[in-house]
Write a protein that binds this ligand. Sequence first.
Ligand SMILES: [Cu+2]
Length: 84
Amino acid sequence: MLPEGVAYTVADYAFAPLTVAPGQEVEVVDSDAEAHTLTAIDGSFDTGSFDNSSPGTFTAPDKPGTYDFVCEIHPSMTGTLTVQ
Ligand SMILES: [Cu+2]
C-alpha cells in the first residue's frame, strides 16, 4: 500500500525536485500569491490550476523514471518528478 498524504509545497515561483513512489497520489500546496499548475510535459499527469486556498492533486505515473513538468501559468517554472 502506498503512503498516504504525500504533500509537496510550491514556493517562490519555483519547483523543488520531487521523488515519489509509482502511482503515488501527491497533494500540491501553493505558498505563493498566484495560482500555478503542475503539468507533465508528456501529459501523464496534471494538477490543473491550484492556488493558496485550494491545493492541487495528481497521481504519479506507475512506470519508474523521470518526468519533466511545467507550470502552464508561469512557463519559466519547470521541475522534474522522479518515480522510483
Ligand atoms: Cu506558476
